[in-house]
Design a protein around this ligand. Structure first.
Ligand code: G6P
Length: 526
C-alpha cells in the first residue's frame, strides 16, 4: 500500500481530461425523474443517499471508482480500523470506529485490547447514568440530579452538543429524556454565567470533558463553575465528573465523583461516540439511546468497507466532493439539514471537515500543489433560504450543497393549513430547492435569471431517530477520512490551532511587542 500525492495518480490525469456533464440537462424532464430514481443508494439506518443532482454520469463515476481503487481507499480504511499508526504527525493510531463496533482484527495497543477498553468505558458510563437516574447517586441534600452540564470545547463540545440537540425533542416526546443537558464551551464569562443562571445549581451534575486535560477554556470554565458551586454552599467534588485520557493531568483525580476515559487514539472531532459523547448522552437520554446511536454509526462504518463506490455512500460522497473541489474548482460546501433539531450539526461538521482536511502539506510534511478541504458552512432549511440562498442561486461562486431531510418530523404536533402540513411544506421546499439549483430558470430579465447547474446531494431518512443520527454522523466522519486519503493529508492532527494559543498565552503573560501589544491595548486587556 502506498501513500501518494493526488496529482501523481493516473486518475488525476483522467479527471483533468474528462468532459464535465450539465446537471441542468441531466435533471430535466423524464430523464431527470429516472435519474432521481436510480442515482441513490442505501445508507445506514434505512436512509438513502441521493446524488442525482450531482455533476456525474456513469463515465465520471467509473473514473471516480478508478480513483478510489488507485488511491487504495479501502485498504487505507482497513489500516485505520486495524490499528495502524496513520496519524503520523502525532505518531498515533486512529480508533474512533472501534467505539461502535469490531470492524477487523483486535487492536492491542499498550498491552490493552482497545475495543474492550472502549466498551468498558461505555459500560461504566451506563452504570453511572443508571445510578444517577435511580437516585443512587444524588446531591448533598439527597435529591436527584436533574441537569447535566458539559464543560468542553471543540471536539469535546460540538459533536456531543449537535447529537443532544438533534434528539432532545424526540426524547421528550418519547419520554426518554432523563435529564436536560446544557453546554458551556466558550471562555467568554457570559457563556458560563448564562448557563449557570438557567439551572438549579444544587441539582446539576457537571461533565468536565477534555481529552488533553490542558485546554485553557475548559480549565478556566471548570474553575468558574467550581467557584459558583462553592459560593452556593455546594461541594464541587459531589457535582462533577471528568472525561479525559488516562495520560492527561485530569486523570485519576479524586476530586471528581467519577472519571471516564478515552485515549489519544480518538481525535477530538471524532470523539462523539467515545466517552466524550457517551457520558452526557447516557445521562440525558439513557444508555439504551446512546447504544442506538452507536448502532447506526456501526452500520455506516460497515457500509464504508465496500470497494464499490456505488454501494458505499461515504466514499461516493467523498469522491464527488473531490471531483468538485479539484476539477470543477468549487471551494465551499454548504450543509443544509431540513430539520431544526440538527441546528448545530453544520457547526460540528465545520470542525470535523475543516480541522481534518484544512492542510497544505501532505502526511510527510511536504507541500501539496492541489486544493484540499473545502470551507464548510450551513444552517437548517428553510431558515437558510431566507438568508444566504440568494448567493447560492445567483452568486458568482458555485457551492455544492449537502441536504438532509426526513419524511416524518420528530414531535407529535403538526397542523394542516391550506391542504398541507408544516412537514409537507418543509419537504416541498427542499425538493423545490434541489430542482431550482439544478435546473435554474430562463428569464429575459437577467436579474431574474437563474443559471442552474448548481449541484447537490441529499440524505433522506424516515425520521431523525438515534440510529439515523448515528449513521449520518459516521457518514460524514468517513467521507472526511476518504477525502483525506485522496489528498494524502493527515486528517487526524491539527497543528493549525497552536499558533493562536501560543500568542494568547504571551498576551496574558504580558510578553508581547509590536502590533500584538497595540492590539492588547485596543482590546483593553491590560
Ligand atoms: O478535548 P480537549 O483536549 O480539551 O481539546 C479540545 C479541542 O481543542 C483543540 O484546540 C483542538 O483544536 C480540537 O481538536 C480539540 O477538540
Amino acid at each position: 500500500m502506498e501513500w501518494k500525492n493526488f496529482d501523481l495518480l493516473e486518475s488525476y490525469k483522467k479527471l483533468e481530461n474528462i468532459s464535465p456533464v450539465e446537471i441542468k440537462e441531466l435533471m430535466a424532464g423524464e430523464n431527470g425523474a429516472k435519474r432521481v430514481r436510480e442515482y441513490q443508494l442505501p445508507m445506514g439506518a434505512g436512509q438513502l443517499y441521493s446524488y442525482a443532482a450531482e455533476p456525474v454520469d456513469d463515465t465520471i463515476l467509473d473514473v471516480l471508482q478508478g480513483l478510489a481503487d488507485e488511491a487504495e481507499l479501502i485498504e487505507k480504511y482497513e489500516q485505520v480500523y486495524n490499528g495502524a499508526v496513520v496519524n503520523t504527525g502525532e505518531n498515533r493510531r486512529v480508533l474512533h470506529q472501534l467505539t461502535r463496533g469490531q470492524l477487523g482484527e483486535d487492536v492491542i495497543a499498550d498491552g490493552v485490547n482497545k475495543r474492550e477498553f472502549y466498551v468498558s468505558q461505555q459500560k461504566k458510563a451506563a452504570e453511572f447514568a443508571e445510578k444517577v437516574h435511580a437516585g443512587e447517586i444524588v446531591n448533598e441534600a439527597g435529591e436527584k440530579f436533574t441537569t447535566a452540564v458539559q464543560i468542553g470545547i471543540g471536539g469535546s463540545d460540538l459533536g456531543p452538543r449537535a447529537l443532544y440537540m438533534s434528539l432532545e425533542n424526540w426524547a421528550k416526546v418519547n419520554n426518554t429524556l432523563k435529564m436536560e443537558a446544557k453546554f458551556i464551551s466558550n471562555v467568554d464569562p457570559d457563556d458560563g454565567s448564562a448557563v449557570l443562571a438557567s439551572i438549579d445549581l444544587s441539582r446539576a451534575i457537571f461533565v468536565l470533558v477534555s481529552k488533553s486535560g490542558t485546554t485553557l477554556e475548559t480549565l478556566t470554565n471548570e474553575s468558574f463553575v467550581k467557584e459558583a458551586l462553592i459560593k452556593a454552599g455546594l461541594n464541587p467534588a459531589k457535582h462533577m465528573v471528568a472525561v479525559t485520557s488516562e495520560t492527561s493531568p485530569l486523570a485519576g483525580n479524586p476530586d471528581y465523583l467519577d472519571s471516564f476515559y478515552m485515549d489519544d487514539y480518538i481525535g477530538g472531532r471524532y470523539s462523539s461516540t467515545s466517552s466524550v459523547g457517551g457520558v452526557i448522552l447516557s445521562l440525558t437520554f439513557g444508555p439504551e439511546i446512546f447504544a442506538r446511536i452507536l448502532n447506526g454509526a456501526a452500520e455506516e462504518d460497515i457500509l464504508a468497507k465496500n470497494k464499490d463506490i456505488r454501494q458505499n455512500p461515504a466514499m461516493l460522497d467523498a469522491m464527488i466532493g473531490v471531483y468538485e473541489r479539484n476539477f470543477l474548482g468549487y471551494s465551499n460546501t454548504a450543509v443544509l439539514p431540513y430539520s431544526q433539531a440538527m441546528i448545530r450539526f453544520p457547526a460540528h461538521l465545520q470542525q470535523l471537515d475543516m480541522e481534518s482536511n484544512g492542510k497544505s502539506v501532505n502526511r510527510f510534511g511536504e507541500p501539496v500543489s492541489y486544493q484540499t478541504g473545502p470551507i464548510i458552512f450551513g444552517e437548517p432549511g428553510t431558515n437558510g433560504q431566507h438568508s444566504f440562498y440568494q448567493l447560492l442561486h445567483q452568486g458568482t461562486d458555485i457551492v455544492p450543497l449537502q441536504f438532509v431531510g426526513f419524511k416524518k418530523n420528530q414531535m407529535d404536533n403538526d397542523i394542516v393549513i391550506q391542504d398541507s402540513t408544516s412537514q409537507q411544506k418543509l419537504n416541498a421546499n427542499v425538493a423545490a430547492q434541489i430542482m431550482a439549483f439544478a435546473c435554474g430558470k430562463e428569464d429575459e430579465n437577467r436579474n431574474k435569471y437563474f443559471a442552474g447547474g448548481r449541484p447537490s446531494s441529499i440524505i433522506v431518512g424516515e425520521q431523525l431517530i438515534p440510529e439515523a443520527l448515528g449513521a449520518i454522523l459516521a457518514h460524514f466522519e468517513n467521507k472526511v477520512m476518504f477525502q483525506g486519503f485522496v489528498w494524502n493529508v493527515n486528517s487526524f492532527d491539527q497543528e493549525g490551532v497552536q499558533l493562536g494559543k501560543l500568542l494568547a498565552k504571551k498576551v496574558l503573560a504580558k510578553e508581547t511587542d509590536g502590533a500584538l501589544t497595540a492590539y492588547s491595548e485596543l482590546l483593553g486587556i491590560f
